[in-house]
Design a protein around this ligand. Sequence first.
Ligand SMILES: Cc1cc2nc3c(=O)[nH]c(=O)nc-3n(C[C@H](O)[C@H](O)[C@H](O)COP(=O)(O)OP(=O)(O)OC[C@H]3O[C@@H](n4cnc5c(N)ncnc54)[C@H](O)[C@@H]3O)c2cc1C
Length: 368
Amino acid sequence: MGCDLLIVGASFAGLACARAAALAGLRVTVLEKKAAAGEKLHTTGIIVKDAVDSIEWLRELPPHLVRPIEAVRLYAPNLRYVDLYAPGYYFLATDTPNLLNWMIDSVQGLGVQVRLATLFENASYKGRAWEVPLSTGEMLTASYLVGADGPHSRVAKALGLSCNEHFLFGVEHEYEKVRLQENFLHCFITRQLAPGYIGWAFAGVGVTQIGLARRMPKDTAGPGSRQVAINTFLERISAVIQPADSPLSVRAGMIPCGGVLKKVAKAGALLVGDAAGMVSPVTAGGIHTALHHGAQAGEGIAAFLLGKAEDPAECLVRQYPHFRSKRVLRWLFDHLQSDWMFNQLLGTTAMRHAAERIYFHRKGAGRS
Ligand SMILES: Cc1cc2nc3c(=O)[nH]c(=O)nc-3n(C[C@H](O)[C@H](O)[C@H](O)COP(=O)(O)OP(=O)(O)OC[C@H]3O[C@@H](n4cnc5c(N)ncnc54)[C@H](O)[C@@H]3O)c2cc1C
Protein backbone atom coordinates (compact mmCIF):
# COMPACT_ATOMS: atom_id res chain seq x y z
CA MET A 1 0.00 0.00 0.00
CA GLY A 2 1.61 3.26 -1.04
CA CYS A 3 0.89 6.91 -0.39
CA ASP A 4 2.72 10.22 -0.73
CA LEU A 5 2.55 11.21 2.92
CA LEU A 6 2.19 8.96 5.95
CA ILE A 7 1.32 10.73 9.20
CA VAL A 8 1.44 9.04 12.60
CA GLY A 9 -1.13 10.47 15.03
CA ALA A 10 -4.71 11.58 14.34
CA SER A 11 -4.88 14.53 16.68
CA PHE A 12 -4.45 18.28 16.18
CA ALA A 13 -1.02 18.30 14.49
CA GLY A 14 -1.53 15.17 12.40
CA LEU A 15 -5.00 16.09 11.15
CA ALA A 16 -4.02 19.68 10.32
CA CYS A 17 -1.05 18.33 8.36
CA ALA A 18 -3.25 15.76 6.61
CA ARG A 19 -5.82 18.37 5.65
CA ALA A 20 -3.28 20.80 4.18
CA ALA A 21 -1.48 18.08 2.23
CA ALA A 22 -4.72 16.60 0.88
CA LEU A 23 -5.95 20.04 -0.17
CA ALA A 24 -2.67 20.44 -2.09
CA GLY A 25 -3.31 17.17 -3.91
CA LEU A 26 -1.26 14.54 -2.00
CA ARG A 27 -2.41 11.00 -1.25
CA VAL A 28 -2.34 10.95 2.55
CA THR A 29 -2.65 8.15 5.10
CA VAL A 30 -2.90 8.75 8.86
CA LEU A 31 -2.18 6.00 11.40
CA GLU A 32 -3.81 6.30 14.83
CA LYS A 33 -3.28 3.74 17.57
CA LYS A 34 -6.59 4.49 19.31
CA ALA A 35 -9.84 3.01 18.01
CA ALA A 36 -11.39 6.50 18.03
CA ALA A 37 -9.52 9.79 18.04
CA GLY A 38 -11.62 11.15 20.91
CA GLU A 39 -10.99 8.11 23.12
CA LYS A 40 -8.74 8.35 26.25
CA LEU A 41 -8.14 12.04 25.81
CA HIS A 42 -5.30 13.74 27.59
CA THR A 43 -6.14 17.33 26.83
CA THR A 44 -8.41 19.93 28.40
CA GLY A 45 -9.05 21.08 24.85
CA ILE A 46 -9.20 24.84 25.33
CA ILE A 47 -8.51 26.72 22.11
CA VAL A 48 -7.29 30.30 22.30
CA LYS A 49 -8.84 33.10 20.23
CA ASP A 50 -5.54 33.68 18.41
CA ALA A 51 -5.89 30.17 16.96
CA VAL A 52 -9.42 30.86 15.73
CA ASP A 53 -8.24 34.13 14.18
CA SER A 54 -5.34 32.57 12.31
CA ILE A 55 -6.56 29.05 11.45
CA GLU A 56 -9.28 29.03 8.82
CA TRP A 57 -10.32 25.44 9.61
CA LEU A 58 -11.37 26.41 13.14
CA ARG A 59 -13.83 28.93 11.76
CA GLU A 60 -15.74 26.00 10.20
CA LEU A 61 -16.25 24.35 13.61
CA PRO A 62 -19.88 23.43 14.32
CA PRO A 63 -21.02 25.85 17.07
CA HIS A 64 -22.41 23.06 19.27
CA LEU A 65 -18.84 21.73 19.80
CA VAL A 66 -17.54 24.90 21.46
CA ARG A 67 -18.39 27.37 24.20
CA PRO A 68 -16.66 30.74 24.48
CA ILE A 69 -15.33 31.83 27.87
CA GLU A 70 -14.50 35.50 28.05
CA ALA A 71 -12.62 36.12 31.27
CA VAL A 72 -10.19 34.63 33.75
CA ARG A 73 -10.69 34.53 37.51
CA LEU A 74 -7.24 34.09 39.00
CA TYR A 75 -7.09 32.84 42.59
CA ALA A 76 -4.15 33.23 44.97
CA PRO A 77 -3.36 30.25 47.22
CA ASN A 78 -5.55 31.84 49.94
CA LEU A 79 -8.45 31.90 47.40
CA ARG A 80 -8.58 35.69 47.10
CA TYR A 81 -9.13 36.40 43.42
CA VAL A 82 -8.83 38.96 40.69
CA ASP A 83 -10.88 39.03 37.47
CA LEU A 84 -9.01 39.54 34.21
CA TYR A 85 -10.62 40.63 30.95
CA ALA A 86 -9.49 41.72 27.52
CA PRO A 87 -12.27 43.16 25.39
CA GLY A 88 -12.99 40.90 22.43
CA TYR A 89 -10.79 38.10 23.72
CA TYR A 90 -12.11 34.63 24.53
CA PHE A 91 -11.09 31.03 25.05
CA LEU A 92 -13.07 28.24 23.43
CA ALA A 93 -13.98 25.32 25.66
CA THR A 94 -14.53 22.34 23.37
CA ASP A 95 -16.36 19.06 23.26
CA THR A 96 -12.92 17.65 22.46
CA PRO A 97 -13.82 14.02 21.62
CA ASN A 98 -16.43 15.16 19.11
CA LEU A 99 -14.20 17.95 17.85
CA LEU A 100 -11.57 15.35 16.94
CA ASN A 101 -14.21 13.13 15.36
CA TRP A 102 -15.37 16.12 13.32
CA MET A 103 -11.78 16.79 12.22
CA ILE A 104 -11.41 13.16 11.13
CA ASP A 105 -14.65 13.28 9.13
CA SER A 106 -13.47 16.51 7.58
CA VAL A 107 -10.11 15.08 6.37
CA GLN A 108 -11.75 11.86 5.22
CA GLY A 109 -14.03 14.05 3.11
CA LEU A 110 -10.86 15.25 1.35
CA GLY A 111 -9.80 11.68 0.57
CA VAL A 112 -7.39 11.15 3.48
CA GLN A 113 -7.24 7.52 4.62
CA VAL A 114 -7.43 7.44 8.43
CA ARG A 115 -6.53 4.04 9.86
CA LEU A 116 -7.70 3.83 13.46
CA ALA A 117 -6.50 1.14 15.90
CA THR A 118 -3.23 0.98 13.95
CA LEU A 119 0.01 1.29 15.89
CA PHE A 120 3.16 2.68 14.31
CA GLU A 121 6.20 0.81 15.59
CA ASN A 122 9.05 1.30 13.17
CA ALA A 123 10.12 2.60 9.80
CA SER A 124 13.06 2.25 7.45
CA TYR A 125 14.08 4.37 4.48
CA LYS A 126 14.66 2.26 1.37
CA GLY A 127 15.13 3.44 -2.19
CA ARG A 128 13.74 6.97 -1.53
CA ALA A 129 10.63 5.71 0.25
CA TRP A 130 9.70 4.90 3.83
CA GLU A 131 8.63 1.37 4.61
CA VAL A 132 6.39 0.97 7.62
CA PRO A 133 5.51 -2.57 8.69
CA LEU A 134 2.18 -3.06 10.47
CA SER A 135 1.32 -5.78 12.96
CA THR A 136 -1.13 -7.20 10.40
CA GLY A 137 1.86 -8.13 8.22
CA GLU A 138 1.02 -5.37 5.76
CA MET A 139 3.81 -3.03 4.59
CA LEU A 140 2.98 0.64 4.01
CA THR A 141 5.21 2.76 1.82
CA ALA A 142 5.32 6.55 1.68
CA SER A 143 7.52 9.24 0.14
CA TYR A 144 7.33 11.36 3.31
CA LEU A 145 6.80 10.51 6.98
CA VAL A 146 5.46 12.84 9.69
CA GLY A 147 5.56 12.08 13.41
CA ALA A 148 2.55 13.81 14.99
CA ASP A 149 2.35 11.17 17.67
CA GLY A 150 2.52 13.26 20.80
CA PRO A 151 4.92 13.78 23.71
CA HIS A 152 6.46 10.27 23.67
CA SER A 153 6.88 10.04 19.93
CA ARG A 154 7.60 6.57 18.62
CA VAL A 155 8.50 8.12 15.26
CA ALA A 156 11.19 10.23 16.94
CA LYS A 157 12.69 7.11 18.54
CA ALA A 158 12.47 5.03 15.36
CA LEU A 159 14.17 7.74 13.29
CA GLY A 160 16.82 8.70 15.85
CA LEU A 161 15.37 12.21 16.35
CA SER A 162 15.26 14.11 19.67
CA CYS A 163 12.76 13.11 22.36
CA ASN A 164 11.04 15.28 25.00
CA GLU A 165 12.60 15.17 28.45
CA HIS A 166 10.95 17.97 30.43
CA PHE A 167 7.31 17.56 31.33
CA LEU A 168 4.38 18.80 33.31
CA PHE A 169 1.85 16.14 34.25
CA GLY A 170 -1.84 17.03 34.22
CA VAL A 171 -4.96 15.31 35.51
CA GLU A 172 -8.47 16.51 34.83
CA HIS A 173 -11.88 15.33 36.03
CA GLU A 174 -15.02 15.82 33.99
CA TYR A 175 -18.22 16.28 35.99
CA GLU A 176 -21.83 16.73 35.25
CA LYS A 177 -22.48 20.47 35.42
CA VAL A 178 -21.20 21.99 38.66
CA ARG A 179 -22.37 25.38 39.92
CA LEU A 180 -19.74 27.99 39.13
CA GLN A 181 -19.42 31.36 37.43
CA GLU A 182 -19.69 30.18 33.82
CA ASN A 183 -18.13 33.14 32.10
CA PHE A 184 -14.76 32.56 33.79
CA LEU A 185 -11.86 30.27 33.33
CA HIS A 186 -11.08 29.75 37.04
CA CYS A 187 -7.33 29.39 37.60
CA PHE A 188 -5.76 28.54 40.96
CA ILE A 189 -2.15 29.23 41.87
CA THR A 190 -0.84 26.81 44.45
CA ARG A 191 2.78 25.83 44.65
CA GLN A 192 1.99 23.19 47.19
CA LEU A 193 -0.37 21.25 44.89
CA ALA A 194 0.59 22.47 41.43
CA PRO A 195 4.30 23.38 41.49
CA GLY A 196 5.27 24.84 38.12
CA TYR A 197 1.71 25.16 36.90
CA ILE A 198 -1.85 25.82 38.14
CA GLY A 199 -5.18 24.21 38.88
CA TRP A 200 -8.27 25.10 36.81
CA ALA A 201 -12.03 24.73 36.62
CA PHE A 202 -14.56 25.85 34.05
CA ALA A 203 -17.91 25.09 32.51
CA GLY A 204 -17.10 23.17 29.35
CA VAL A 205 -19.50 21.96 26.67
CA GLY A 206 -22.17 20.13 28.66
CA VAL A 207 -19.73 19.22 31.47
CA THR A 208 -17.57 20.92 34.08
CA GLN A 209 -13.83 20.30 33.80
CA ILE A 210 -11.60 20.56 36.88
CA GLY A 211 -7.90 19.79 36.71
CA LEU A 212 -4.43 20.27 38.06
CA ALA A 213 -0.97 19.99 36.55
CA ARG A 214 2.49 19.99 38.07
CA ARG A 215 6.10 19.95 36.97
CA MET A 216 7.64 16.48 36.73
CA PRO A 217 11.18 15.99 38.00
CA LYS A 218 13.34 14.93 35.03
CA ASP A 219 14.72 11.81 36.70
CA THR A 220 11.43 10.37 37.96
CA ALA A 221 9.37 9.61 34.90
CA GLY A 222 8.00 6.30 36.26
CA PRO A 223 4.24 5.95 36.72
CA GLY A 224 4.56 5.99 40.54
CA SER A 225 5.94 9.51 40.43
CA ARG A 226 2.97 10.86 38.45
CA GLN A 227 1.13 11.87 41.56
CA VAL A 228 -1.17 14.80 41.22
CA ALA A 229 -3.13 15.58 44.37
CA ILE A 230 -6.41 16.31 42.62
CA ASN A 231 -8.54 15.21 45.59
CA THR A 232 -6.66 17.55 47.92
CA PHE A 233 -7.10 20.25 45.30
CA LEU A 234 -10.86 19.63 45.18
CA GLU A 235 -10.99 19.98 48.97
CA ARG A 236 -8.91 23.15 48.78
CA ILE A 237 -11.25 24.86 46.29
CA SER A 238 -14.49 23.52 47.78
CA ALA A 239 -15.34 26.95 49.19
CA VAL A 240 -15.77 28.21 45.61
CA ILE A 241 -16.45 25.14 43.46
CA GLN A 242 -17.84 21.87 44.70
CA PRO A 243 -18.76 18.91 42.47
CA ALA A 244 -21.69 16.94 43.90
CA ASP A 245 -20.91 13.57 42.28
CA SER A 246 -17.94 11.49 41.25
CA PRO A 247 -16.31 12.35 37.92
CA LEU A 248 -17.82 11.09 34.67
CA SER A 249 -14.34 10.62 33.23
CA VAL A 250 -10.70 11.43 33.81
CA ARG A 251 -8.21 12.88 31.36
CA ALA A 252 -4.50 12.76 32.15
CA GLY A 253 -1.25 13.21 30.33
CA MET A 254 2.26 14.54 30.03
CA ILE A 255 2.84 18.01 28.62
CA PRO A 256 6.28 18.70 27.14
CA CYS A 257 7.48 22.01 28.57
CA GLY A 258 11.15 22.20 27.56
CA GLY A 259 10.56 23.93 24.21
CA VAL A 260 11.10 22.75 20.65
CA LEU A 261 13.57 19.86 20.43
CA LYS A 262 16.98 20.05 18.78
CA LYS A 263 16.66 17.45 16.05
CA VAL A 264 13.10 17.33 14.74
CA ALA A 265 13.69 16.39 11.10
CA LYS A 266 15.78 14.43 8.66
CA ALA A 267 15.51 14.02 4.88
CA GLY A 268 11.96 12.95 4.07
CA ALA A 269 10.65 13.07 7.62
CA LEU A 270 9.75 15.54 10.33
CA LEU A 271 8.08 15.82 13.71
CA VAL A 272 5.33 18.29 14.50
CA GLY A 273 3.17 19.23 17.50
CA ASP A 274 3.98 17.70 20.90
CA ALA A 275 6.32 15.21 19.21
CA ALA A 276 8.57 18.18 18.38
CA GLY A 277 8.10 19.80 21.83
CA MET A 278 5.91 22.51 20.34
CA VAL A 279 4.07 23.52 23.52
CA SER A 280 4.23 26.91 25.20
CA PRO A 281 6.51 26.39 28.22
CA VAL A 282 4.42 28.93 30.15
CA THR A 283 0.76 28.23 29.43
CA ALA A 284 1.29 24.56 28.43
CA GLY A 285 -1.03 25.24 25.49
CA GLY A 286 -0.10 23.22 22.43
CA ILE A 287 -3.25 22.98 20.32
CA HIS A 288 -2.69 26.28 18.50
CA THR A 289 0.91 25.50 17.57
CA ALA A 290 0.05 21.90 16.67
CA LEU A 291 -2.67 23.08 14.26
CA HIS A 292 -0.62 25.94 12.83
CA HIS A 293 2.65 24.10 12.25
CA GLY A 294 0.83 20.89 11.32
CA ALA A 295 -0.86 22.75 8.46
CA GLN A 296 2.42 24.42 7.45
CA ALA A 297 4.14 21.04 7.39
CA GLY A 298 1.39 19.62 5.16
CA GLU A 299 1.69 22.54 2.73
CA GLY A 300 5.51 22.41 2.75
CA ILE A 301 5.63 18.65 2.15
CA ALA A 302 3.14 18.95 -0.71
CA ALA A 303 5.20 21.72 -2.32
CA PHE A 304 8.34 19.56 -1.96
CA LEU A 305 6.81 16.37 -3.33
CA LEU A 306 5.28 18.28 -6.23
CA GLY A 307 8.73 19.66 -7.07
CA LYS A 308 7.97 23.28 -6.14
CA ALA A 309 10.14 23.72 -3.04
CA GLU A 310 12.99 22.20 -1.07
CA ASP A 311 12.46 19.58 1.62
CA PRO A 312 10.65 21.23 4.59
CA ALA A 313 12.89 19.10 6.80
CA GLU A 314 15.55 21.66 5.83
CA CYS A 315 13.63 24.94 5.79
CA LEU A 316 10.30 24.66 7.57
CA VAL A 317 11.64 23.48 10.88
CA ARG A 318 13.65 26.72 11.13
CA GLN A 319 10.28 28.47 11.53
CA TYR A 320 9.29 26.36 14.51
CA PRO A 321 8.80 28.56 17.58
CA HIS A 322 11.75 28.96 19.95
CA PHE A 323 9.74 30.15 22.97
CA ARG A 324 12.85 31.97 24.24
CA SER A 325 11.09 34.43 26.55
CA LYS A 326 8.59 31.78 27.60
CA ARG A 327 11.43 29.46 28.59
CA VAL A 328 12.82 32.25 30.77
CA LEU A 329 9.38 32.72 32.36
CA ARG A 330 9.16 28.97 32.96
CA TRP A 331 12.55 29.03 34.68
CA LEU A 332 11.44 31.94 36.86
CA PHE A 333 8.15 30.25 37.76
CA ASP A 334 9.94 26.95 38.49
CA HIS A 335 12.46 28.62 40.77
CA LEU A 336 10.59 31.54 42.34
CA GLN A 337 6.98 30.37 42.67
CA SER A 338 5.91 31.04 46.23
CA ASP A 339 2.42 30.80 47.74
CA TRP A 340 3.27 33.58 50.20
CA MET A 341 4.35 35.88 47.37
CA PHE A 342 1.19 35.27 45.31
CA ASN A 343 -1.00 35.87 48.37
CA GLN A 344 0.73 39.25 48.82
CA LEU A 345 0.90 40.27 45.17
CA LEU A 346 -2.47 39.24 43.73
CA GLY A 347 -4.42 42.34 42.81
CA THR A 348 -1.38 44.59 42.45
CA THR A 349 -1.00 46.37 39.11
CA ALA A 350 2.26 44.59 38.33
CA MET A 351 0.75 41.19 38.99
CA ARG A 352 -2.36 41.98 36.95
CA HIS A 353 -0.26 43.13 33.98
CA ALA A 354 1.91 40.04 34.12
CA ALA A 355 -1.15 37.77 34.29
CA GLU A 356 -2.90 39.59 31.42
CA ARG A 357 0.22 39.27 29.29
CA ILE A 358 0.24 35.55 29.84
CA TYR A 359 -3.48 34.94 29.36
CA PHE A 360 -4.31 37.48 26.67
CA HIS A 361 -0.96 38.05 24.96
CA ARG A 362 -0.77 41.75 25.97
CA LYS A 363 -4.35 42.45 24.93
CA GLY A 364 -5.48 42.86 28.50
CA ALA A 365 -7.44 45.87 29.67
CA GLY A 366 -8.44 44.69 33.09
CA ARG A 367 -11.24 45.87 35.28
CA SER A 368 -12.64 44.87 38.69
C1 LIG B 1 -3.85 17.40 30.87
C2 LIG B 1 -3.56 18.25 29.66
C3 LIG B 1 -4.33 19.37 29.39
C4 LIG B 1 -4.04 20.17 28.27
N1 LIG B 1 -4.84 21.24 28.02
C5 LIG B 1 -4.60 22.01 26.92
C6 LIG B 1 -5.48 23.08 26.60
O1 LIG B 1 -6.50 23.29 27.26
N2 LIG B 1 -5.19 23.85 25.52
C7 LIG B 1 -4.07 23.62 24.73
O2 LIG B 1 -3.84 24.37 23.78
N3 LIG B 1 -3.24 22.59 25.01
C8 LIG B 1 -3.50 21.76 26.06
N4 LIG B 1 -2.68 20.69 26.33
C9 LIG B 1 -1.62 20.39 25.37
C10 LIG B 1 -2.26 19.82 24.09
O3 LIG B 1 -3.18 18.81 24.44
C11 LIG B 1 -1.23 19.24 23.17
O4 LIG B 1 -0.22 20.21 22.95
C12 LIG B 1 -1.86 18.84 21.84
O5 LIG B 1 -2.81 17.82 22.04
C13 LIG B 1 -0.79 18.37 20.89
O6 LIG B 1 -1.38 17.82 19.76
P1 LIG B 1 -0.56 16.74 18.92
O7 LIG B 1 -1.43 16.43 17.74
O8 LIG B 1 0.82 17.20 18.69
O9 LIG B 1 -0.41 15.46 19.88
P2 LIG B 1 -1.47 14.61 20.66
O10 LIG B 1 -2.72 15.36 20.89
O11 LIG B 1 -0.74 14.05 21.82
O12 LIG B 1 -1.83 13.43 19.67
C14 LIG B 1 -0.92 12.40 19.35
C15 LIG B 1 -1.74 11.29 18.68
O13 LIG B 1 -0.85 10.28 18.22
C16 LIG B 1 -1.36 9.01 18.58
N5 LIG B 1 -0.23 8.09 18.69
C17 LIG B 1 0.75 8.14 19.62
N6 LIG B 1 1.64 7.15 19.40
C18 LIG B 1 1.21 6.47 18.30
C19 LIG B 1 1.71 5.36 17.57
N7 LIG B 1 2.86 4.75 17.93
N8 LIG B 1 1.01 4.91 16.50
C20 LIG B 1 -0.15 5.54 16.12
N9 LIG B 1 -0.67 6.60 16.77
C21 LIG B 1 0.01 7.08 17.84
C22 LIG B 1 -2.07 9.26 19.91
O14 LIG B 1 -3.02 8.25 20.20
C23 LIG B 1 -2.70 10.63 19.66
O15 LIG B 1 -3.98 10.52 19.07
C24 LIG B 1 -2.96 19.85 27.42
C25 LIG B 1 -2.20 18.70 27.67
C26 LIG B 1 -2.51 17.90 28.77
C27 LIG B 1 -1.69 16.66 28.99
